[in-house]
Design a protein around this ligand. Structure first.
Ligand SMILES: Nc1ncnc2c1ncn2[C@@H]1O[C@H](COP(=O)(O)OP(=O)(O)OP(=O)(O)O)[C@@H](O)[C@H]1O
Ligand code: SF4
Ligand SMILES: [Mg+2]
Length: 449
């Protein structure tokens, strides 16, 4: 008799357990898991999440438990509650998980708040050692960048102008962590830029567009693969379908179309190639884009298209641009701030209006006067700046510009004294030994170094 009662109890317990398991697993846990799976995977960003099954499991177990406990295991209502909680939990867990990812991994093009300091360069020095001989001894130094200080803000373009060899590209290379810094510092959003510790975040946020599109594009890769590369390497996107979808979005940003996805670089014009390079730079959702002579290989009408494209992108997304060029007309078109560089040093800094309407440094004045103007009555082109740029291996002492300076302000001291910073007006500075003649000294503010 007792044995029979025990058997009946055992049977009832197993029925309840099976019922419980059935109820828990099939009517609440499984539906909650499926719903959670769809919510976690429903948009592109799901690929950025790792171990998503853990989010699904957590969300489904919690939802099934709450659903059953609140309804005392009532079939039907427990399932509805479990689905409801699964929806809420998976959304919350996904948001928390995405928030914890490093900023740059969210790959949608984001809009930046304008006017925030992006890049700060303080007294930067970059020297190249000159080595030679059998023992590879150092016999000299090229002071390519010699004490440069600059700031770049979001939504703004800093135009960097100067003659060939004055150190513009070296400055860009230092920002990209490609050359070692001798002295001074570069900070990108308060992160110190260091060649030996150049993080993935910096590689993502600081992009460059070079002058020669042919040299920048691998001729053996299709456009889709060229633009997919940074998406794979820096953002970890692997699904082919997702890559194509995202590359297409980027191509559309630079006014290229779906039919361009599977073409090779040689099937494009120079302007289109430069658009592909810009799309590749945008792929990582950058904040600072360095443009090193991006339009000098293009004809005038295509130049204008690319400049307008860059301006539109900046207006929409708030990128900061460092625009390097020899071409003053291009600077006038695109820049907000202008820095004039001569032999490794900044000689004048100001807004575009200040530099073009009121150039105060003798070098800037000469540079602006030496612009070639189309004059049908004159057969000669007059170059106002005489002589060659001196060698950066042995720059002239005092002011580096002194052998070529024809300003009335030039004195004997220019050959010995180092130029110092003078404030012409708010935001407008020059580095010179003497104040410009046309500006009285009481209008100037000398800045102590
Ligand atoms: N790897 C290097 N080793 C030694 N000297 C170098 C090296 N790279 C550049 N230089 C020298 O550093 C100086 C600055 O070069 P940089 O390329 O920065 O000039 P730039 O202003 O960009 O010129 P351009 O307008 O012609 O592009 C030049 O005198 C150049 O010869
Ligand atoms: S410091 Fe002297 S030489 Fe140099 S730019 Fe000024 S005036 Fe000319
Ligand atoms: Mg250069």
């Amino acid at each position: 008799m007792i044995l029979q009662i025990e058997l009946i109890i055992d049977f009832l317990i197993s029925v309840i357990l099976v019922q419980f398991l059935f109820q828990f697993l099939l009517t609440t846990f499984v539906p909650a898991y499926i719903l959670s799976f769809f919510i976690i995977n429903w948009d592109d960003r799901s690929q950025l999440l790792k171990k998503t099954y853990l989010i699904n499991l957590t969300s489904a177990i919690l939802s099934a438990l709450i659903g059953n406990l609140l309804t005392f295991f009532t079939l039907g209502t427990s399932m509805i509650l479990a689905l409801f909680f699964s929806f809420i939990f998976s959304l919350i867990l996904k948001t928390i998980y995405l928030k914890r990812l490093p900023l740059g991994q969210i790959r949608e093009l984001s809009k930046l708040e304008k006017g925030k300091i992006l890049l700060e360069i303080n007294d930067l020095k970059v020297y190249y050692p000159l080595v030679g001989g059998l023992l590879k001894r150092q016999f000299g130094t090229v002071k390519a960048v010699d004490g440069v200080s600059l700031n770049i803000k979001t939504g703004e373009t800093l135009g960097l102008v100067g003659e060939s060899g004055c150190g513009k590209s070296t400055l860009a290379k230092a920002i990209l962590g490609l050359v070692p810094i001798e002295d001074g510092e570069i900070n990108f959003k308060e992160i110190n830029v260091d060649k030996d510790d150049y993080s993935k975040f910096l590689r993502q946020k600081i992009q460059i567009v070079f002058q020669d599109p042919d040299a920048s594009l691998n001729p053996r890769l299709k456009v889709v693969d060229i633009i997919s590369e940074p998406l794979k390497n820096l953002l970890g996107i692997t699904k082919k379908r997702e890559l194509r979808k995202h590359v297409l979005k980027l191509l559309e940003e630079v006014s290229l179309k779906k039919e361009h996805l599977d073409r090779y670089p040689h099937e494009f014009s120079g302007g289109q190639k430069q658009r592909i390079i810009i799309a590749r730079a945008l792929a990582c959702n950058p904040e600072l884009i360095i443009l090193d002579e991006p339009t000098s290989a293009l004809d005038v009408s295509v130049q204008a298209q690319i400049l307008n494209l860059l301006k539109d992108l900046q207006r929409t997304y708030g990128y900061g641009f460092l625009f390097i060029t020899h071409n003053l007309a291009v600077v006038n078109h695109i820049a907000d701030q202008v820095a004039v560089m001569y032999l490794g040093r900044i000689v004048e800094l100001g807004t575009k209006k200040q530099i073009f309407a009121n150039p105060a440094h003798p070098y800037t004045q000469a540079l602006l006067k030496s612009r070639i103007k189309v004059d049908p009555t004159s057969k000669d082109i007059k170059f106002v700046i005489d002589g060659e740029v001196p060698s950066p291996i042995a720059p002239p002492p005092g002011c580096h510009f002194n052998p070529r300076c024809v300003s009335d302000a030039r004195t004997k001291e220019c050959e010995f004294d180092a130029p110092h910073q003078m404030k012409i007006e708010e935001g407008h500075y020059i580095w010179c030994v003497n104040p410009p003649k046309e500006i009285s000294s009481n209008e100037l503010t000398m800045i102590e170094e």
